[in-house]
Write a protein that binds this ligand. Structure first.
Ligand code: PBG
Length: 308
């Protein structure tokens, strides 16, 4: 009877696996604050991606970790940059078997670790950054990404990328907009995962955790600029925002079950304080119940295999 009346579904196709690929890595490198997650080599990325797709995940979101960085993040737009090279590998390997997504943001590629380029006063220059995102987005589409994930929270980023894609003949490349992205302490482990160089914080472009209304405004703007799906991030501490977004969004809603949420559960489970599998499935179910059509989660491949 519980099965008959169950409301919330959790299916492999609703899960998206974020993956890291490191330039010049000879071996996959463990990320200490995210046990079980690694910075892949090109080869190990390819294998893990095939396994995840075989397990039934709906998509892959790829982040690049370059060997060298500079002020403008030039590795992001370079066709030989690690992220673009890895996207090419994966598209050749997987074709259209999954939705291949790329992180469209500069923070992994800049030597100061900010999501954009800086002006003469050392502040993030919104509009100069848009021009780089546009170029980066086209490079990623050319490398084979089906969907771009602009995660830098610059104003106008969706519109700028959409226009550049269309001009370059990539009308079919979709945009998953990070619409409501909060300046969260839960990103801590991710900064290790991408060897982040950031010294300060991202409060001039990410949202204040106490503000709900502006999340809805960001969604409205992103949809008007051409977003094909919108994202709420983080997930667990923001389930109310996710619910509100799901109620009004005219496009599918994604939630990012981020690194800190992963680390908390893994740490507690490693101590025997939580039942790992039950906790993970409850977390993912709660994010679906709150209204996410899809969930980016580091557990995507493992959970997909359990659900199959
Ligand atoms: C920024 C970006 C971040 C994450 C995804 N894209 C970190 C940040 O804003 O500092 C975090 C993902 C996670 O914590 O799992 N490009």
């Amino acid at each position: 009877m519980r099965r008959l009346v169950s409301e919330t579904t959790l299916r492999p196709r609703q899960l998206i696996l974020p993956m890291f690929v490191a330039e010049g890595a000879a071996q996959p490198r463990p990320i200490s604050s995210m046990p079980g997650v690694v910075q892949h080599t090109r080869e190990s990325l390819r294998k893990a991606a095939v396994d995840a797709v075989r397990a039934g995940v709906g998509g892959l979101m790829i982040f690049g970790v370059p060997q060298t960085r500079d002020a403008t993040g030039s590795g992001a737009t370079d066709e030989h940059g690690i992220l673009n090279v890895a996207l090419r590998d994966l598209r050749a390997e997987l074709g259209d078997d999954t939705v291949l997504m790329a992180d469209t943001c500069l923070d992994e590629f800049t030597d100061h670790g900010h999501c954009g380029v800086l002006d003469a006063d050392g502040r993030v220059d919104n509009d100069a950054t848009l021009r780089v995102y546009a170029e980066m987005g086209v490079a990623q589409a050319e490398a084979g990404a089906h969907m771009l994930g602009p995660s830098g929270m610059m104003d106008g980023q969706v519109g700028a990328i959409r226009e550049a894609l269309d001009d370059a003949g990539h009308q079919d490349t979709a945009i998953l907009a990070y619409s409501a992205k909060y300046a969260s302490a839960f990103y801590g482990p991710f900064r290790e995962a991408v060897d982040s160089q950031l010294k300060g914080d991202r409060k001039t472009y990410q949202q204040d955790p106490g503000n709900a209304r502006e999340a809805l405004r960001e969604i409205e703007l992103d949809v008007a600029e051409g977003a094909d799906a919108v994202m709420i991030k983080p997930a667990l501490a923001y389930l109310d925002i996710l619910r509100a977004a799901a109620e009004v969004s005219p496009v599918p809603v994604a939630a990012y079950n981020i690194s800190g949420e992963y680390a908390m559960v893994e740490a507690a489970a490693a101590n025997g304080w939580l039942d790992r599998e039950r906790t993970i499935l409850e977390v993912l179910t709660s994010i679906r119940r709150a209204g996410a059509d899809m969930i980016l989660t580091y557990w995507a491949a493992e959970a997909a295999a359990w659900l199959d």
